[in-house]
Design a protein around this ligand. Sequence first.
Ligand code: GLN
Length: 304
Amino acid sequence: MHIPDLLARISAEVADEVGKGSAADYIPALARVDTARFGMAVAELDGTVHGTGEWRQRFSVQSVSKVFTLALALAQPGGDEVWDRVGREPSGDPFNSLVQLEHEDGIPRNPFINSGALVVTDELAARGSDVTEELLSFLRKESGSPGIAVDEEVADSEAANADRNRALAYFMASYGNMRMPVPDVLAQYVRQCSIAMNCAELALSGLFLARHGVRNDGSRLLERSQAKRVNAVMLTCGTYDAAGQFAYRVGLPGKSGVSGAILAVVPGRCTVCVWSPGLDARGNSVAGVAALDRFTTLTGWSVF
Ligand code: GLN
């Protein structure tokens, strides 16, 4: 498979989808982004990256950060204890929904919806970590880009419009499922969502999941079974209440964010990151899902 040709073909085939959907409107800094943008990168296991379109354009990673915070939490000694505080089932509800928490003792369904990611951030913070710094240091090392940083404009915009996330965190705190003060957890959560990266950097940073837990320097972040589990939860929960549709169309573990990014993993082979800010009603990139759909169709590289 000649990946540069493949990417050129996908880019041409999804051109009609680029610009469809709308940018996330509840975070003003994201609402201003032009939806008619598209970039895609593939990172092979040896770190070779191929890209098309705006694959070097940075955007805020938003919920794609949830994959990395989960991995960092699991990598701690006794890290699997995080599963006492967050489940592993698809929610079938929007990513920022409150409803299930009341019936389920303040335990979020999974780590890839906002409530679950708030718990993971809290878990890392309670273990003494400056979560954003730890995350930045990991992402800079894996991508080889020391300049990766928080987009302060996005962070400010998101912090000023965080009532839903604040509500989620306080609600979970009322069930005893927050260890640190909510304002601290929220501040860390907002900053990690606002980290700016491009498709190549995200694809490189996710390679440990394609390599069964092994980082780009050959050291191990996760046990093989832990990496398998993160990929499994990405498949079942990574695109919120559209995870069934994503598995049906794409057939890969994937994690989306409301900036229009999606990081997908082909275990044992490569990672793919696509970015296009036009979102469907569930908050997943319209052109991004279409491009990944073409990718697995043309290559046969799905987990099924
Ligand atoms: N920062 C966003 C939020 O908390 C992330 C949501 C997302 O990407 N789905 O609402």
